[in-house]
Design a protein around this ligand. Structure first.
Ligand code: PMP
Length: 452
């Protein structure tokens, strides 16, 4: 398919907001400034924000601020509003459920929508084995629970995570997360029995997938030992660490080693799940069937919901009452998830993500060919990135990355960065963004780069 081929471009969702970039003030405008001044006084500085405007509406491919500025959204609130920030089916489901009841606590009086979400996850996650799912509130909470379950099942304690990995900000997930600043610095001590090994980063390690896996497995063998190891946790495409796509063969080799050694293989699909990568789950792109999968973000279109899904015998290892939480699988969040899952399955959103990959590659690869500061364009589906480097040394160029994101924002484009070295721009548009708006956003990024 070429760029001019329209493909499955009919965007879904949106509250009828005009789909356009339109600035009526310099950013931030006066209303946003007032609101953000109150934020400074009322909210601790640790809770930062990337885009200094106060949002009042969002949908399709735009975020509208308190001054009436309409910005192009290339971030989806960090890969959450994959179906759009106000998809009509999701809005309707939330409203209907809220009018019925907002909470009973699933551990007190269960309700059907939680069970229906679990059934959908059991059906949609990779592999045709018997599965079960438990629901939680955040990605970090799902990861914590996946580790709990793996420890109980194996009777072992150690967990291996990878360089550049990100798994959350709670105590255990801080330990699993690689990057110190800003996620961990000063917040220790961290949970014990967490070990980190190098993964596969083709741009920087130049190793084949099997060779990168052999390097990791040797370290795991020597420094931890399968006899002590409950689980290996990995993002199939690393998110916060820089949208790093592992070399072919890396993930299958790690998964095979886990299976052969009685180690639970956990795929953290919190960022990469739910059509984001042009597959329902990124694990499918690499031909792996994880024992446990953690999900959140895109699952419920912005409502707080997360899940652990996995082999029934592993999931059932936790004793009665060992899993749960007051809000986990909240009925309003479950209603939103069922509507979002309906959209993922029936509105052609996987094909739409594949189309957006072609559109993004069609724009980003020519930029990279003409500009040696772009070390690599990589990613899958609507989870694409550019890594900026010093053309002479290959060293990460965080300053250029920050400058491009800042310049794009000044022109009304929300652009997120990531990467251990802060030198990656990531493109995470909602799948509901119209093609012409995405093109316009990429025009802005291209001229921000050209002027630097
Ligand atoms: N795992 C991955 C792969 C993530 O990208 C994130 C969030 N960026 C998390 C876990 C943590 O999710 P949450 O912020 O919902 O706790």
């Amino acid at each position: 398919m070429t760029l001019t081929d329209p493909g499955p471009t009919t965007p879904t969702g949106g509250p009828g907001l005009p789909q356009r970039r339109h600035l009526v003030t310099a950013l931030p405008g006066p209303r946003s400034q007032q609101i953000l001044a109150r934020k400074v006084a009322a909210v601790p500085q640790g809770v930062g924000h990337t885009v200094p405007v106060a949002a009042v509406a969002a949908g399709g491919g735009v975020v509208v601020d308190a001054d009436g500025n309409s910005l192009i959204d290339l971030g989806s609130g960090i890969a959450v509003t994959t179906v759009g920030a106000s998809h009509p089916k999701v809005v309707e489901a939330i409203q209907a459920q809220a009018a019925q009841f907002t909470h009973t606590c699933f551990m007190i009086s269960p309700y059907e929508s939680y069970i229906a979400v679990a059934e959908a996850l059991n059906r949609l996650t990779p592999g045709d084995h018997d599965k079960k799912s438990a629901l939680f509130n955040s990605g970090a909470e799902a990861v914590e629970n996946a580790v709990k379950i793996a420890r109980k099942y194996t009777g072992k304690q150690a967990v291996v995570a990878f360089d550049h990995g990100y798994h959350g900000r709670t105590n255990l997930t801080m330990a699993l997360t690689a990057k110190s600043m800003p996620y961990k610095s000063g917040f220790g001590p961290f949970a014990p029995e967490v070990y980190r090994v190098p993964g596969s980063y083709p741009l920087r390690d130049a190793l084949s997938g099997p060779d990168a896996a052999a390097r990791a497995i040797t370290l795991i063998d020597k420094q931890v030992g399968a006899d002590n190891l409950a689980a290996v946790i990995i993002e199939p495409i690393q998110g916060e660490g820089g949208f790093i796509v592992p070399a072919d063969g890396f993930l299958p080799a790690i998964a095979d080693w886990c299976r052969a050694n009685g180690v639970v293989f956990i795929a953290d699909e919190v960022q990469s799940g739910f059509a984001r990568t042009g597959a329902m789950f990124a694990s499918e792109l690499f031909g792996i069937v994880p024992d446990l999968v953690t999900t959140a973000k895109g699952i419920a279109a912005g409502m707080p919901l997360a899940a652990v899904t996995g082999r029934a015998e592993i999931m059932d290892a936790a004793h009665l009452g060992g899993l749960g939480g007051t809000y986990g699988g909240n009925p309003v969040a479950c209603a939103a998830a069922l509507a979002a899952i309906d959209a993922f399955e029936n509105d052609g959103l996987i094909e739409r993500a594949q189309h957006l990959e072609r559109l993004l590659r069609g724009r980003l690869e020519p930029l990279a060919a003409a500009d040696p500061r772009i070390g690599e364009v990589r990613g899958r589906g609507a989870m694409m990135a550019m890594e900026f480097v010093d053309p002479d040394t290959g060293a990460p160029d965080a300053a250029l990355t920050a400058a491009v994101a800042k310049a794009a924002l000044a022109e009304g484009v929300i652009l997120l960065t990531c990467g251990t070295h802060g030198n990656v721009i990531r493109f995470l548009p909602p799948l509901s963004i119209p093609d012409d708006l995405l093109h316009e956003g990429l025009d802005v990024v291209a001229s921000a780069l050209a002027s630097r």
